[in-house]
Ligand binder design. Structure first.
Ligand code: PRX
Length: 632
């Protein structure tokens, strides 16, 4: 922690969209009215009859209102003065780059919406999108939203099994993918992964394949099922009227990890989600007409949904999309992009900042980053050293930093400084967004300096349920405390009311800002024929925040070896994706368990960190501790 406080500069305050703390009083005085004023920034086909209906734990927002996401992201800008403005700047990994104006994006979205219609996709049908970071992914999302078909985007880094599980959970009718994508000079074979996934996905009627790689990539097109994007869009009308959707119609499903092996399909609906993302993008990122805004997240995550696609496009902001990774072809990829396009607002993850720190500030000297005026972070706590480095070397000590706390489930930013108002302190996301009621409470739900982070009132962009699993929605978020949303994070509140996020309190890891369920990794490992049992823990890691360590008990007649370690890593990569790969795998004859047979992961964490071993009284057999200590 640090005591250093940074006030917004006079220059920033003078031009800020919000420069007075009165917005908090306004929102506190009448929260529903505050959200209604934010919703009014959107174009509604029919205005709502009621702002909010709170039937704990179920909320509805802007009841009776009719709206369309793609209309709000496109048509109204095209009809206004922004038709020729860049909506998307695309920077591909092999060096290809192009832009799409709002007019062009509008045309492509209308055409693709007509393609979906021609394949009998109608309102309410789910569509899975499994694509790299290319404009077609955004076109696909907006086309779905235009016709009222909820999209389910699956991160392109996930593998076939993760893809098929997600498709089968929501019975998607259509899969949209590409022949492949580029990452660090290699081709990620998305269509091949998809083919494998589809061996077990009876609901998929058609696969639409966009060409990203071209001749270098063989694509096995299954007759009658698989169709090329370019063929389908060739002769199709570029006019498509947007569906008038109910505010509470589902906009998308996005899967996230939880405490069990099965990912949760978080459901977001239209009016509330659009209100939350457009409001926060406008206020937290101080959106201006001439901004070149770049959020480095992948559209496979909520950050990509809310702050690469919906937030900026709702506000008519130019959004940069990049394919690949920060270190390829060189470790200066990000700075080149910022300089090339004159990026003004930059939003990334602490793990990326720590990586840049490791690579050294000298790399930055060649580049002019002076166009930047505002920086943001998301995904995990940012350590003050990384914050200060970001401030100095990227922000040239003039850019406010917004450390934003939120989740897949919250849809939009929940805790963050307002850049023209809130003094920042490195390491804390500061205070809740106007209209958001957040607190830190103890086990009994009473306010505390340290404890669980809870949200006390419904907010427009909150998840509505878990797809097809209402009970899990109730159990996960609304059972620990009566009528408070339980976020799963531990936090501290200081004397200024600033909130410091300490980390997850459930069995979820945060590796490089990605949420990974312990149970998912354990069950992937357990699928190897040699494995009797596996326990997974997170270990503090300087760059990733947390890294994964696995303790594996082998079946009789199997022996631990380097070959087996690489097979086990592979099985996790194949089952989930490279992001869930354990950095360390230890073989052991036994795991520490309670007498009732529950694995005590806490002890495994103590052992690997070399810390004093905590309470072992519930341990069935204490000799296991010494055995494990000798291995780590
Ligand atoms: O633990 C918190 C952490 O990321 C979790 C949410 O993960 P996900 O749903 O994947 O969404 C990530 C991007 C919104 C939270 O429960 N987290 C997110 N932002 C922060 C954070 N932890 C500390 N500081 C943040 N700014």
């Amino acid at each position: 922690m640090t005591d250093q406080k940074f006030n917004p500069s006079q220059k920033f305050v003078q031009n800020a969209n919000i420069s007075s703390s009165s917005i908090y009083n306004e929102a506190n005085a009448d929260t529903d009215q505050f959200w209604a004023s934010q919703a009014e920034r959107l174009t509604w086909f029919k205005k709502w009859d009621q702002i909010c209906q709170w039937n704990p734990p179920f909320a509805k927002w802007f009841l009776g209102g009719q709206i369309n996401a793609s209309y709000n992201c496109l048509d109204r800008h095209v009809k206004g003065s922004k038709g020729d403005k860049n909506a998307i700047i695309f920077e591909g990994e092999p060096g290809d780059s192009y832009t799409l104006t709002f007019n062009q994006l509008y045309t492509e979205v209308c055409k693709f919406a007509n393609v979906l219609k021609s394949l009998n996709v109608t309102k309410g049908d789910r569509v899975t999108i499994y694509m790299p970071m290319i404009p077609e992914a955004v076109i696909a999302m907006l086309a779905c939203s235009r016709i009222g078909a909820p999209h389910s985007v699956v991160f392109g880094g996930f593998n076939s099994e993760a893809l098929s599980n997600r498709i089968n959970d929501n019975n998607s009718k259509i899969l949209i993918t590409t022949d492949g994508g580029w990452r660090r000079g290699k081709i990620i074979p998305l269509k091949k992964n998809a083919d494998k996934a589809l061996e077990n996905c009876p609901s998929i009627k058609n696969v639409i394949v966009a060409k990203r790689i071209g001749d270098k990539m063989d694509c096995n097109m299954s007759k009658g099922r698989d169709l090329w994007w370019h063929d389908l869009t060739e002769d199709i009308s570029d006019q498509c009227l947007p569906e008038h959707l109910d505010s509470e119609d589902m906009l998308f499903i996005l899967y996230t990890s939880g405490t069990t092996g099965k990912p949760k399909g978080v459901v977001h609906t239209t009016g509330g989600y659009l209100t939350g993302t457009s409001s926060t993008h406008n206020i937290v990122f101080d959106a201006k007409d001439d901004d070149v805004y770049w959020c480095t997240a992948d559209i496979g995550w909520i950050t990509g949904h809310s702050y690469v696609v919906y937030g900026p496009l709702l506000n008519g902001t130019t959004t940069v999309i990049y394919e690949g990774s920060p270190d390829y072809p060189e470790k200066d990829r990000f700075w080149r992009i910022i300089e090339k396009y004159g990026v003004t607002v930059f939003y990334t993850a602490p793990t990326a900042i720590r990586t840049f720190m490791k690579w050294g500030a000298e790399r930055l000297l060649k580049y002019d980053l002076s166009t930047l005026r505002l920086l943001g972070t998301v995904g995990e706590p940012i350590n003050p050293e990384a914050w200060l480095w970001y401030h100095k070397h990227i922000g040239y000590e003039k850019c406010p930093i917004v450390d934003t706390w939120w989740q897949t489930e919250t849809g939009a930013i929940m805790i963050s400084p307002l850049p023209g108002v809130t003094p920042t302190v490195p390491g804390t996301a500061t205070i809740p967004y106007p209209g958001i009621s957040i607190d830190v409470v103890d086990e009994t739900g009473q306010p505390a300096d340290m404890g669980y982070l809870v949200i006390k009132k419904p907010w427009p962009s909150m998840l509505r349920t878990i797809f097809n699993d209402e009970q899990r929605y109730i159990d996960t978020y609304w059972s620990k405390f009566e009528n408070f949303y339980f976020a799963g994070d531990e936090a501290m509140k200081d004397s200024d009311g600033y909130i410091w996020i300490l980390g997850r309190v459930d069995d979820v890891l945060n590796v490089s800002g990605h949420r990974i369920g312990i149970a998912e990794v354990e069950s992937a490992l357990a699928r190897h024929p040699a494995v009797a049992e596996a326990a997974v823990i997170g270990r503090p890691h300087q760059v990733k925040g947390e890294s994964i360590a696995a303790f594996v008990v082998l079946k009789e007649k199997f022996e631990g070896s380097d070959v087996l370690i690489s097979e086990l890593r592979d099985i996790v990569i194949k089952g989930i994706g490279a992001l869930a790969k354990p950095d360390q795998i230890f073989f052991t004859d036994e795991l520490p368990k309670t007498r009732s047979g529950k694995i005590m992961r806490r002890l495994l964490r103590d052992i690997t960190s070399g810390q004093a071993i905590g309470d072992t009284t519930t341990l069935a057999d204490s000799s296991v501790i010494d055995t494990l200590k000798s291995k780590c």
